[in-house]
Design a protein around this ligand. Structure first.
Ligand code: PEP
Ligand code: MN
Length: 360
């Protein structure tokens, strides 16, 4: 895909004074529910009402969406409130029905983006459309797969494109439902600075208490918008209850969030500094996480050495590691002195961990 300046035009054309806010329930449940949420959102910064009609569930037996009937409720909400409407499409039939019901924004879900066959089917069904199409990242942390999906739409002459970052699944349980891996959207943004980038904090968090912080990080990284799951009675939502917030909470959140997209030299300097600092914070977080993982492995080695009655310090192995790291350091413009200092400290911490395991 060429790095085309026109990609973000649809967003600029909206002329918003703030980042784009898409909000609404995970799933459309009833006509009353959709209309009530839409009217509450009308009083907030939200420009677009989202609701899932067909719900892709990882495991069967959960609520799978109300189906095409829900499109009528969305359409009615649009007529009554003036909000634009958005829903997920996962095959050509969904596209056909969404277009018939004048859905403004169609998004491709994370479980769909992983499949080039289905993405192509949807791209073919949308050929030449003026509708806005937002492509969620695939469930697995693969930037090429994400970009590949965007390229399929672009090749199908879909010009009003954007992407949604909703985190990546991991086997390991972390504090997130889906790990943010900020480096991936940052790389994407560097490659395609004009492709609108929207954060879905709800599916990253899986719980409502960390949504604010995720949104702030995204805004500091110059994301262009937010898509937040919103329900008047979050705890009793038919899907993703733990991660939904009320329209009133959303409203307060958009007031409290620091939006750094302003003009002027001093402000621009601050914005740039902030973006760079947030990038550093992301990397520091990764460093600490990696070090923690490394020490857990050191603990395992300690246990193995204890069982086999082997000494903690293995000088030959240690010298090999150092030699390798000095070379790798050089390739990354890191001085030998720095590598030695860092790895001595890491090694000492590893030995402390192993000692603790062996003496336990
Ligand atoms: C959703 O937005 O409700 C959804 C199912 O998201 P994802 O595809 O990111 O899991
Ligand atoms: Mn959901």
């Amino acid at each position: 895909m060429e790095n085309n300046k026109s990609l973000g035009n649809w967003l600029n054309a909206m002329n918003l004074a703030h980042p784009l806010v898409i909000a609404g329930p995970c799933s459309a449940e009833t006509e009353e529910q959709v209309l009530k949420i839409a009217h509450q959102l009308k009083e907030t910064d939200a420009t677009v009402l989202r609701a899932g009609i067909w719900k892709p569930r990882t495991r069967p037996g959960n609520f799978e969406g109300v189906g095409a009937l829900g499109l009528k409720w969305l359409q009615k909400a649009k007529q009554e409130t003036g909000l634009m409407i958005a829903t997920e499409v996962a095959n050509a039939n969904h596209v056909d029905l969404a277009l018939k019901h004048d859905v403004d924004i169609l998004w491709v879900g994370a479980r769909t983006t992983v499949s080039p066959f289905i993405v192509q089917e949807i791209a073919d069904a949308l050929k030449g459309t003026d509708k806005i199409v937002l492509v969620k990242n695939p469930v697995n942390p693969d930037l090429a797969l994400w970009l590949g999906a965007v390229e399929r739409f672009y090749a199908s002459n879909v010009k009003n494109l954007g992407v949604i970052h909703r985190g990546f699944s991991t086997y390991e349980k972390t504090r997130y439902r889906n790990n943010p891996e900020w480096q991936i959207p940052i790389d994407l943004q560097n490659k395609f600075p004009d492709l609108p980038l929207i954060l879905d904090p709800s599916h990253i968090a899986g719980r409502r208490d960390i949504i604010f912080d995720l949104c702030q990080t995204a805004l500091d990284l110059n994301f262009d918008g937010l898509m937040v799951e919103t329900h008047f009675d979050p705890d009793n939502a038919w899907s993703d209850a733990a991660q939904q917030i009320t329209p009133a909470t959303l409203d307060q959140m958009t007031i409290d969030l620091k939006i750094r997209k302003q003009e002027g030299d001093a402000v621009e300097f601050k914005n740039k500094l902030n973006t760079l600092r947030t990038k550093i914070d992301v990397l520091d977080h990764q460093l600490i996480e990696s070090l923690g993982k490394r020490m857990k492995i050191a603990d395992d080695i300690g246990r193995l050495k204890k069982k086999n009655n082997v000494a903690i310090l293995q000088t030959k192995r240690w010298n090999e590691i150092l030699g390798k790291m000095i070379l790798e350091g050089e390739e990354n413009q890191l001085s030998e002195e720095f590598i030695l200092r860092i790895f001595k400290a890491i090694h000492q911490e590893s030995i402390n961990h192993q000692k603790k395991v062996i003496n336990d």
